[in-house]
Design a protein around this ligand. Sequence first.
Ligand code: RB5
Length: 157
Amino acid sequence: MRTFPLVNREIIMFKTIAIGCDHAAFEYKEKLIKFLEGKGYKVLDMGTDSTESCDYPVFADKVCNKVTGKEADCGILICGTGIGMSMAANKHKGIRAAVVGDLTSCEFTRLHNDANVLCMGARIIAYAQCEVFATKFLETEFMGGKHKKRIDMFEPA
Ligand code: RB5
């Protein structure tokens, strides 16, 4: 049986979170902002601001620019599936975005991939899962070591 190191739940590595969504996930984003602020995080709301149809890459770019510009420690992006947001986010150098639909992936994309943007699908998961997944993502520390070498290989030489 493989064992994995326990994560220190006292550590909150991410303090400022940039969050963005498209029309499909506006209500999830609004609720998640309140939830995260209630937990003490500073949240930068990068839009969208309504359920009016919009282009998700615009909001992926706004969030990723906050993360790469170091104004936010990490990002959260929500669209219908989370897939388009993750594709757009991963075009940014220095962004490691992961779209997740289960709790284990949330944990391991932090432990092994040092993901800095969490993507979720409002048409895929229930809102309550959003809170659970975001919490796991925000409270799990990167393991480093051999995983650092591997994520460094993502970047062009
Ligand atoms: C919008 O209809 C939808 O395409 C978007 O929310 C997202 O799921 C794209 O990946």
